[in-house]
Design a protein around this ligand. Structure first.
Ligand SMILES: [Fe+2]
Length: 342
Protein backbone atom coordinates (compact mmCIF):
# COMPACT_ATOMS: atom_id res chain seq x y z
CA UNK A 1 0.00 0.00 0.00
CA UNK A 2 1.39 3.39 -0.89
CA UNK A 3 1.49 6.11 1.67
CA UNK A 4 0.61 9.53 0.38
CA UNK A 5 3.76 11.62 -0.11
CA UNK A 6 3.29 14.07 2.68
CA UNK A 7 5.77 16.80 1.66
CA UNK A 8 4.37 16.90 -1.88
CA UNK A 9 0.78 16.89 -0.63
CA UNK A 10 1.57 19.78 1.69
CA UNK A 11 3.26 21.68 -1.13
CA UNK A 12 0.29 21.10 -3.43
CA UNK A 13 -2.11 22.29 -0.75
CA UNK A 14 -0.02 25.43 -0.19
CA UNK A 15 0.13 26.07 -3.94
CA UNK A 16 -3.66 25.73 -4.27
CA UNK A 17 -4.11 28.13 -1.33
CA UNK A 18 -1.67 30.61 -2.91
CA UNK A 19 -3.40 30.43 -6.29
CA UNK A 20 -6.76 31.03 -4.67
CA UNK A 21 -5.44 34.27 -3.12
CA UNK A 22 -5.08 37.51 -5.03
CA UNK A 23 -1.44 38.40 -5.76
CA UNK A 24 0.29 39.54 -2.55
CA UNK A 25 0.34 43.34 -2.29
CA UNK A 26 3.72 45.03 -2.57
CA UNK A 27 5.29 45.68 0.82
CA UNK A 28 4.53 49.07 2.31
CA UNK A 29 4.97 51.15 5.44
CA UNK A 30 2.64 53.75 6.86
CA UNK A 31 4.43 56.90 7.92
CA UNK A 32 2.84 59.49 10.20
CA UNK A 33 4.77 62.69 9.63
CA UNK A 34 4.72 65.80 11.79
CA UNK A 35 7.35 67.42 9.58
CA UNK A 36 6.14 70.24 7.39
CA UNK A 37 8.83 70.39 4.77
CA UNK A 38 8.21 69.90 1.03
CA UNK A 39 11.68 68.41 0.49
CA UNK A 40 10.73 65.26 2.43
CA UNK A 41 9.34 63.71 -0.75
CA UNK A 42 12.99 63.04 -1.69
CA UNK A 43 13.31 60.80 1.37
CA UNK A 44 10.22 58.75 0.49
CA UNK A 45 11.18 58.35 -3.15
CA UNK A 46 14.74 57.45 -2.22
CA UNK A 47 13.57 54.76 0.21
CA UNK A 48 11.13 53.32 -2.31
CA UNK A 49 13.84 53.17 -4.97
CA UNK A 50 16.33 51.56 -2.57
CA UNK A 51 14.02 48.93 -1.07
CA UNK A 52 10.90 48.56 -3.20
CA UNK A 53 8.84 49.26 -0.07
CA UNK A 54 6.08 51.77 -0.71
CA UNK A 55 5.72 54.68 1.71
CA UNK A 56 2.21 55.89 2.54
CA UNK A 57 2.41 59.30 4.20
CA UNK A 58 -0.10 60.89 6.53
CA UNK A 59 0.87 64.42 7.56
CA UNK A 60 -0.33 66.42 10.51
CA UNK A 61 0.83 68.54 13.40
CA UNK A 62 2.97 66.51 15.79
CA UNK A 63 0.47 66.87 18.65
CA UNK A 64 -2.40 65.78 16.40
CA UNK A 65 -0.45 62.70 15.34
CA UNK A 66 0.32 61.79 18.95
CA UNK A 67 -3.40 62.11 19.77
CA UNK A 68 -4.26 59.98 16.73
CA UNK A 69 -1.79 57.24 17.71
CA UNK A 70 -3.31 57.24 21.20
CA UNK A 71 -6.85 56.98 19.84
CA UNK A 72 -5.98 54.22 17.36
CA UNK A 73 -4.21 52.14 19.99
CA UNK A 74 -3.45 48.55 18.98
CA UNK A 75 -5.37 48.99 15.73
CA UNK A 76 -3.08 51.77 14.52
CA UNK A 77 -1.81 51.21 10.97
CA UNK A 78 1.19 53.48 11.66
CA UNK A 79 4.65 51.97 11.35
CA UNK A 80 6.81 55.07 11.75
CA UNK A 81 6.38 58.45 13.47
CA UNK A 82 8.68 61.15 12.12
CA UNK A 83 8.73 64.72 13.39
CA UNK A 84 10.83 67.75 14.11
CA UNK A 85 12.03 68.31 17.67
CA UNK A 86 13.17 65.84 20.30
CA UNK A 87 10.46 67.29 22.55
CA UNK A 88 7.77 65.98 20.20
CA UNK A 89 9.34 62.51 20.10
CA UNK A 90 9.45 62.52 23.89
CA UNK A 91 5.73 63.32 24.04
CA UNK A 92 4.99 60.18 22.00
CA UNK A 93 7.47 58.12 24.02
CA UNK A 94 6.02 59.26 27.35
CA UNK A 95 2.55 58.08 26.27
CA UNK A 96 3.87 54.62 25.44
CA UNK A 97 3.33 55.01 21.70
CA UNK A 98 6.81 53.97 20.54
CA UNK A 99 8.95 50.85 20.71
CA UNK A 100 12.69 50.41 21.12
CA UNK A 101 14.84 49.51 18.12
CA UNK A 102 18.19 47.81 18.51
CA UNK A 103 20.05 48.43 15.28
CA UNK A 104 23.81 48.31 14.81
CA UNK A 105 23.43 50.60 11.82
CA UNK A 106 21.63 53.27 13.82
CA UNK A 107 24.02 52.94 16.78
CA UNK A 108 26.99 53.35 14.46
CA UNK A 109 25.63 56.20 12.36
CA UNK A 110 23.91 58.39 14.95
CA UNK A 111 25.95 60.10 17.68
CA UNK A 112 24.70 59.31 21.19
CA UNK A 113 23.72 62.93 21.90
CA UNK A 114 21.14 62.74 19.11
CA UNK A 115 19.21 59.61 20.04
CA UNK A 116 17.16 58.38 22.96
CA UNK A 117 19.32 56.50 25.51
CA UNK A 118 16.68 53.73 25.46
CA UNK A 119 16.62 53.56 21.63
CA UNK A 120 12.96 54.62 21.49
CA UNK A 121 13.72 57.30 18.86
CA UNK A 122 16.61 58.52 16.74
CA UNK A 123 17.66 61.89 15.34
CA UNK A 124 18.34 62.04 11.61
CA UNK A 125 19.04 65.72 10.99
CA UNK A 126 20.07 68.72 13.05
CA UNK A 127 19.17 72.37 13.26
CA UNK A 128 20.59 75.04 15.51
CA UNK A 129 18.42 77.66 17.22
CA UNK A 130 20.53 80.77 16.86
CA UNK A 131 20.51 84.55 17.17
CA UNK A 132 19.60 86.81 14.26
CA UNK A 133 20.20 90.56 14.45
CA UNK A 134 19.34 93.50 12.23
CA UNK A 135 22.50 94.46 10.38
CA UNK A 136 23.71 97.90 11.37
CA UNK A 137 21.06 98.23 14.08
CA UNK A 138 22.85 96.49 16.87
CA UNK A 139 26.42 95.74 17.84
CA UNK A 140 26.91 91.97 17.33
CA UNK A 141 29.32 91.99 20.28
CA UNK A 142 26.28 92.61 22.54
CA UNK A 143 24.61 89.34 21.57
CA UNK A 144 27.10 86.48 21.53
CA UNK A 145 25.35 84.20 24.02
CA UNK A 146 21.82 83.15 24.99
CA UNK A 147 22.42 84.96 28.29
CA UNK A 148 23.10 88.19 26.37
CA UNK A 149 19.51 88.22 25.09
CA UNK A 150 18.36 89.02 28.63
CA UNK A 151 20.71 92.02 28.97
CA UNK A 152 18.92 95.23 30.04
CA UNK A 153 20.51 97.05 27.04
CA UNK A 154 18.18 95.04 24.80
CA UNK A 155 14.96 96.30 26.40
CA UNK A 156 12.28 96.65 23.72
CA UNK A 157 14.51 95.12 21.05
CA UNK A 158 13.53 91.42 21.00
CA UNK A 159 11.00 89.52 18.94
CA UNK A 160 10.26 85.97 20.08
CA UNK A 161 8.04 83.13 19.06
CA UNK A 162 5.53 81.86 21.63
CA UNK A 163 6.82 80.29 24.82
CA UNK A 164 4.58 77.28 24.23
CA UNK A 165 6.14 76.60 20.78
CA UNK A 166 8.04 73.34 21.03
CA UNK A 167 11.28 74.87 19.68
CA UNK A 168 11.35 77.36 22.58
CA UNK A 169 10.29 74.76 25.16
CA UNK A 170 13.16 72.54 24.04
CA UNK A 171 15.62 75.46 24.13
CA UNK A 172 14.54 76.27 27.69
CA UNK A 173 14.70 72.56 28.53
CA UNK A 174 18.32 72.57 27.38
CA UNK A 175 19.09 75.69 29.42
CA UNK A 176 17.50 74.07 32.50
CA UNK A 177 19.79 71.09 31.94
CA UNK A 178 22.88 73.26 31.43
CA UNK A 179 22.27 76.02 33.98
CA UNK A 180 19.72 74.72 36.47
CA UNK A 181 16.08 75.81 36.68
CA UNK A 182 16.66 78.96 38.74
CA UNK A 183 19.01 80.60 36.25
CA UNK A 184 16.89 79.40 33.33
CA UNK A 185 13.82 81.07 34.86
CA UNK A 186 15.67 84.34 35.45
CA UNK A 187 16.78 84.23 31.82
CA UNK A 188 13.24 83.62 30.54
CA UNK A 189 11.97 86.53 32.65
CA UNK A 190 14.72 88.69 31.14
CA UNK A 191 13.60 87.74 27.63
CA UNK A 192 10.02 88.74 28.41
CA UNK A 193 11.25 92.05 29.87
CA UNK A 194 13.06 92.79 26.58
CA UNK A 195 10.24 92.01 24.14
CA UNK A 196 9.36 94.65 21.55
CA UNK A 197 5.92 93.08 21.05
CA UNK A 198 3.85 90.13 22.23
CA UNK A 199 5.04 86.78 20.79
CA UNK A 200 3.30 85.87 17.56
CA UNK A 201 3.98 83.91 14.36
CA UNK A 202 6.52 81.28 13.40
CA UNK A 203 10.30 81.41 13.06
CA UNK A 204 10.22 82.98 9.59
CA UNK A 205 7.95 85.72 10.96
CA UNK A 206 10.56 86.53 13.61
CA UNK A 207 13.29 86.90 10.97
CA UNK A 208 10.98 89.06 8.85
CA UNK A 209 10.18 91.25 11.85
CA UNK A 210 13.90 91.85 12.41
CA UNK A 211 14.41 92.68 8.72
CA UNK A 212 11.42 95.05 8.84
CA UNK A 213 12.81 96.91 11.86
CA UNK A 214 10.03 95.86 14.27
CA UNK A 215 12.75 94.55 16.54
CA UNK A 216 16.52 94.15 16.36
CA UNK A 217 17.15 90.64 17.71
CA UNK A 218 15.45 87.25 17.59
CA UNK A 219 15.99 83.50 17.77
CA UNK A 220 15.15 81.14 14.92
CA UNK A 221 16.17 77.76 13.57
CA UNK A 222 18.95 77.84 10.99
CA UNK A 223 16.96 76.28 8.14
CA UNK A 224 14.37 79.07 8.12
CA UNK A 225 17.11 81.63 7.48
CA UNK A 226 18.88 79.46 4.88
CA UNK A 227 15.55 78.96 3.09
CA UNK A 228 15.26 82.75 2.73
CA UNK A 229 18.93 83.27 1.86
CA UNK A 230 18.91 80.53 -0.78
CA UNK A 231 15.51 81.45 -2.23
CA UNK A 232 14.95 82.28 -5.91
CA UNK A 233 12.66 85.11 -4.85
CA UNK A 234 14.36 88.52 -4.62
CA UNK A 235 12.04 89.53 -1.75
CA UNK A 236 13.22 86.56 0.34
CA UNK A 237 16.86 87.27 -0.39
CA UNK A 238 16.31 90.94 0.56
CA UNK A 239 15.04 89.83 3.98
CA UNK A 240 18.03 87.55 4.55
CA UNK A 241 20.41 90.33 3.46
CA UNK A 242 19.14 92.57 6.25
CA UNK A 243 19.90 90.15 9.05
CA UNK A 244 23.06 88.62 10.43
CA UNK A 245 23.25 85.11 11.85
CA UNK A 246 25.17 84.64 15.11
CA UNK A 247 25.89 81.19 16.54
CA UNK A 248 25.59 81.71 20.32
CA UNK A 249 27.91 80.45 23.04
CA UNK A 250 30.79 79.65 20.72
CA UNK A 251 33.23 80.42 23.53
CA UNK A 252 31.09 78.39 25.96
CA UNK A 253 28.88 75.32 25.70
CA UNK A 254 27.96 75.90 22.06
CA UNK A 255 24.76 76.63 20.15
CA UNK A 256 21.52 74.89 21.06
CA UNK A 257 20.90 72.08 18.58
CA UNK A 258 17.70 70.12 18.08
CA UNK A 259 16.89 67.22 15.79
CA UNK A 260 14.32 65.90 13.45
CA UNK A 261 13.85 62.29 14.34
CA UNK A 262 11.83 59.17 13.87
CA UNK A 263 10.65 56.12 15.77
CA UNK A 264 8.95 52.80 15.19
CA UNK A 265 5.45 52.99 16.62
CA UNK A 266 4.35 50.64 19.39
CA UNK A 267 1.92 48.61 17.27
CA UNK A 268 3.69 48.83 13.89
CA UNK A 269 2.16 46.22 11.55
CA UNK A 270 5.38 46.24 9.48
CA UNK A 271 8.09 46.55 12.08
CA UNK A 272 10.84 45.20 9.82
CA UNK A 273 9.95 47.70 7.09
CA UNK A 274 9.88 50.49 9.66
CA UNK A 275 13.37 49.64 10.91
CA UNK A 276 14.61 49.59 7.30
CA UNK A 277 13.15 53.07 6.84
CA UNK A 278 14.98 54.39 9.91
CA UNK A 279 18.21 52.81 8.71
CA UNK A 280 17.67 54.40 5.30
CA UNK A 281 17.29 57.83 6.94
CA UNK A 282 20.79 57.38 8.40
CA UNK A 283 22.30 56.56 4.98
CA UNK A 284 24.56 58.98 3.11
CA UNK A 285 21.88 59.39 0.45
CA UNK A 286 19.11 60.36 2.88
CA UNK A 287 21.44 62.57 4.89
CA UNK A 288 22.08 64.54 1.72
CA UNK A 289 18.32 64.91 1.16
CA UNK A 290 17.84 66.45 4.61
CA UNK A 291 20.48 69.03 3.68
CA UNK A 292 19.43 69.84 0.12
CA UNK A 293 15.70 69.28 0.65
CA UNK A 294 15.24 71.20 3.90
CA UNK A 295 18.49 73.02 4.67
CA UNK A 296 19.12 70.91 7.77
CA UNK A 297 22.51 69.69 8.92
CA UNK A 298 23.36 66.01 8.57
CA UNK A 299 23.21 64.16 11.86
CA UNK A 300 26.96 63.65 11.91
CA UNK A 301 29.52 66.22 10.83
CA UNK A 302 30.24 66.19 7.15
CA UNK A 303 29.60 68.04 3.94
CA UNK A 304 26.04 69.11 3.34
CA UNK A 305 26.07 69.64 -0.45
CA UNK A 306 24.05 72.80 0.22
CA UNK A 307 26.00 75.99 -0.51
CA UNK A 308 23.55 78.32 1.26
CA UNK A 309 23.68 76.14 4.39
CA UNK A 310 27.47 75.84 4.27
CA UNK A 311 27.76 79.63 3.99
CA UNK A 312 26.63 79.87 7.63
CA UNK A 313 29.94 78.26 8.51
CA UNK A 314 30.99 75.60 10.97
CA UNK A 315 29.89 76.00 14.58
CA UNK A 316 30.25 74.49 18.02
CA UNK A 317 27.13 72.66 19.26
CA UNK A 318 26.07 72.23 22.89
CA UNK A 319 26.89 68.54 23.56
CA UNK A 320 23.86 67.99 25.84
CA UNK A 321 21.80 64.89 24.98
CA UNK A 322 18.62 66.04 23.24
CA UNK A 323 16.61 63.65 25.43
CA UNK A 324 16.96 66.29 28.17
CA UNK A 325 14.52 68.55 26.29
CA UNK A 326 11.62 66.20 26.82
CA UNK A 327 12.63 65.34 30.37
CA UNK A 328 12.60 69.08 31.24
CA UNK A 329 9.59 70.01 29.11
CA UNK A 330 7.00 70.26 31.89
CA UNK A 331 9.34 72.39 33.97
CA UNK A 332 10.09 74.58 30.95
CA UNK A 333 6.38 75.13 30.32
CA UNK A 334 5.81 75.98 34.00
CA UNK A 335 8.60 78.59 33.79
CA UNK A 336 7.15 80.03 30.57
CA UNK A 337 3.79 80.36 32.32
CA UNK A 338 5.28 81.96 35.43
CA UNK A 339 7.31 84.57 33.54
CA UNK A 340 4.47 85.34 31.13
CA UNK A 341 6.26 84.20 27.91
CA UNK A 342 2.92 83.54 26.22
FE1 LIG B 1 10.20 73.99 11.61
Amino acid sequence: MMRPNRPIAALAAALCAALAQPAAAAEEINLYSGRHYDGDVLLYQGFEAATGIKVNVIEGKADEIVARLEAEGEASPADVFITADAGNLWRAESKGLLQAVDSETLAARIPEAYRDPGNMWFGFSRRARIIFVAKGQIDPALVQTYEDLARPELKGKLCMRSGSAIYNLSLLGALIEDWGAEKAEAWAAGIVANLAKAPQGGDTDQIKAVAAGECAVTLANTYYFVRLAGSDKPEDKAIADKVQAIFPDQAGRGAHVNISGAAVTKNAPNRAGAVKFLEYLASDEAQKYFAVGNNEYPIADGTTGNAALDSLGAFKADPVNVAAYGKNQAEAQAIMDRVGWK
